[in-house]
Ligand binder design. Sequence first.
Ligand SMILES: [Mg+2]
Length: 299
Amino acid sequence: MFGARMREVWTRVSGGVLTTLFSIVLLTAVASAGSGAEVAEETAAGSQGLGTLSANVYAQTSAEHRACCYGIFAAAGWRLEEMLEDAEPVPARPAVVMDLDETVLDNSSFQAFLYRNGLVYTPELWERFEREGVREVGLVAGAESFIRKAESLGVAVVYLSNRNEGNAARTVAALAHVGLDTTLIAERLFLKPQGGSSDKSRRRDAASARYNVLMYLGDNLRDFSEVFAPQRLPDSATTDDYLKAMQARTASVDDATCHWGVDWFLIPNPMYGEWEKLVPPNPADILRPSGMEVRTGGE
Ligand SMILES: [Mg+2]
């Protein structure tokens, strides 16, 4: 029963970008055993249990992750040129909307801080990093060249993030620290108001009212639409409930294939994300089944 459902799920997700996404989910699901479902909003948050080392090492050290990011930003740049050539003239300035954490800014030192100190993410710790970690942030590979290309094409680069609005000056300092242009940044920076929602819809609407938004880039599906907000599961949820919720979220991504690589570009983040909310307490329960059995002698 469980195996049949898993095969059904995996049949659905076996093609295209979903394969990559689910590979990352499973990589970290294995790595984050015991982290529970206390997870990330769209800042550089994450459950960050002690088991997330594999995901952190992959994101921070693997050349593969770096190459993947370069490729996505390069494709986005080519697509932007194409869109500008095809665009009908409109009064509003063209713009790209980018998430910040793990899309433009590499905050992996915060993840390392959590790991090394045996800590889990809390909003308070992250808020402290926003204030104190300005000089620790780096750039996600490929982000800078994409931003420079957009700017050279006359496209406004808009940053829409769930960093705290109260720390706006520190976020602007972080952008300057990594060498990005902060000219007229007040018009291009949409942060989360104090006590506000992590739902970015209203801020996306505000950006669209000001600019002719051509594309969105993020590392979290909610950087693109609230359609992808994962179902909130109760503590009593069964493995089957988790699988159904995963399947529903997967179907939402399938329904949006007209956007992926067209006007929505997702940067892989194996360290944390909304997807963690759909990983059950025992992540092994959702791993892809195999028909193989261990034979005597260890073959
Ligand atoms: Mg992000």
